[in-house]
Design a binder for this molecule. Structure first.
Ligand code: GTP
Ligand code: MG
Length: 448
């Protein structure tokens, strides 16, 4: 596989614009949406890109023929059918819309192994076939961004199997997962098992995991809705799933949309953002779960205030009383008032470094990307700060999932639903073991 670096694209310091343009085409990542949640969040992502992306920014996500560089998979047709109708201007390749006939019933094992009928058996194969064609369309395949949920049968089970298969087939490509954890209580009785198994697979096969938690996303989306629509006679405005997805998609755009800081010397973006996130935030394979937060504002940029409102929401202490720490932090700044951030950069980064409690042994824990346009709100003076951190609070979720799954496993609850699809005790036990390792690493982060 050809290795592409920024210099090989620009040449020996010679800006050869036309040549670069040709080379950068069809070289980007593959965007893979799996299950209802993955596809619905993907839909919001494509809406933002359709509405606001510049011609240069589109190159990494759209092909020469204007089709979307994405594969959408679901075991039931409803969501993908709807997305196909709603996404205007450009389109998905028909062969990249892969649907089955029935959902996987919130069962990881069913999603992982597929249906028992002959027609449905091949969702994994169909996806890998489309994937191979997408890889062949590119001058250089760099990696995959996978969107899915942790506890839906399709998103978690098929998503986990796809990670494994892609890692085995294309070992040199990166895999960055964006996964959504369920509300802490009361979604489905199988949510802890599904989350346990999916998290273990992500730890084994992905290079980085952007972890969103529905409870946290709901809180943040509620804050935004309240700001836009204040309470009327004491009644909070309702937060829809769409509001939550818009928030998650906005964080993804804040992080993954091309930034000026990573463009070549001739200002061409080659789509390094997802892989730079992995390189800077996940330097150790034992800790790869990333937390993201974002603040958007209009008008004059008061960066200290923006930073404070973001840092207020960082969890400080684990339920067992351990102080949280970060291995590494990335701040992605998008602002039309470019100088205002440069003046404040040092103080903002220092504030973030303290609030995220970066480990002292990492010599360069803070990374900053700056773009002089704000794709999230291009029409007016606006600025956005998106911060992604490899923060030990990820272990709180993982440890909670592990404990609840262990309690059910010890009582042998619901295990027959998993055995029916070939998921055995060893799969659970090795998942417990994998997650124990992750939790332990994060708990020792501040002590190393
Ligand atoms: N934030 C967010 N969470 C979602 C969305 N849709 C589903 N979820 C969450 O995802 C989990 C269920 O996963 P789904 O994606 O619906 O399931 P699936 O992957 O389609 O799998 P099956 O339907 O079981 O075959 C639950 O935790 C939901 O709360 C969405 O649009 N946004
Ligand atoms: Mg579904």
């Amino acid at each position: 596989m050809e290795t592409v670096t920024r210099d090989c694209l620009t040449g020996e310091g010679q800006p050869r614009h036309g040549a670069c343009w040709e080379r950068t085409q069809e070289m980007s990542l593959i965007w893979l949406q799996v299950g209802q949640c993955g596809n619905q969040i993907g839909h919001e992502w494509w809406q933002i890109l359709h509405n606001n992306a510049s011609e240069e920014g589109r190159y990494n996500y759209f092909s020469r023929d204007n089709s979307i560089n994405a594969i959408c998979v679901d075991s039931e047709p409803k969501v993908i059918r709807k997305i196909r109708k709603q996404v205007k201007k450009s389109c998905f390749r028909d062969s990249n819309l892969i649907v089955g006939r029935r959902g996987r019933g919130n069962n990881w094992a069913f999603g992982y192994s597929g249906s028992c009928t002959n027609t449905e058996k091949s969702l994994l194969d169909l996806t890998m076939e489309s994937f191979r064609k997408e890889v062949e369309r590119r001058d250089c395949y760099s990696g995959t961004v996978l969107l899915h949920s942790l506890c839906g049968g399709t998103g978690s089970g098929l998503g986990a199997h796809l990670c494994e298969e892609i890692r085995d087939t294309y070992p040199a490509g990166h895999i960055l997962s964006m996964t959504v954890a369920p509300h802490e209580n009361g979604e489905t009785p199988l949510q802890h098992y599904n989350s346990l198994l999916c998290l273990a697979w992500l730890q084994r096969y992905c290079d980085g995991v952007l972890l969103f938690q529905n409870d946290d996303v709901l809180r943040r989306a509620a804050d935004l809705t309240e700001k836009k629509m204040p309470m009327v006679s004491g009644v909070q405005p309702a937060v829809s799933l769409r509001d939550m997805n818009t928030y998650i998609a906005s964080c993804l755009v804040g992080l993954l949309y091309p930034v000026h800081s990573l463009a070549t010397r001739s200002s061409v973006s080659i789509g390094l953002e997802p892989w730079e996130i992995i390189r800077t935030l996940c330097p150790m394979s034992t800790m790869k779960f990333l937390q993201t937060a974002q603040v958007n504002r209009r008008g004059t940029a008061f960066w200290d205030r923006v930073t404070s409102s973001l840092t207020q929401t960082i969890p400080r202490v684990s339920p067992e009383g351990h102080m949280h720490h970060s291995l590494s932090v990335l701040a992605a700044v998008r602002s039309s008032q470019d100088n205002s951030f440069l003046i404040k950069q040092d103080s903002v980064l220092n504030k973030l470094k303290q609030a995220y409690r970066c480990v002292p042994w990492n010599p360069r824990p803070m990374n900053c990307w700056i773009d002089t346009e704000n794709i999230l709100d291009p029409s007016c003076h606006s600025h956005s700060l998106t911060v992604c951190a490899n923060h030990s609070s990820a272990a709180d979720l993982i440890s909670r999932v592990r404990q609840r799954a262990q309690a059910m496993y010890s009582a042998r609850a619901y295990l027959h639903w998993y055995r029916r699809y070939g998921c055995e005790d060893e799969d659970f036990e090795s998942a417990f073991c994998t997650l124990d390792g992750v939790v332990e690493e994060y708990r020792h982060l501040g002590q190393q």
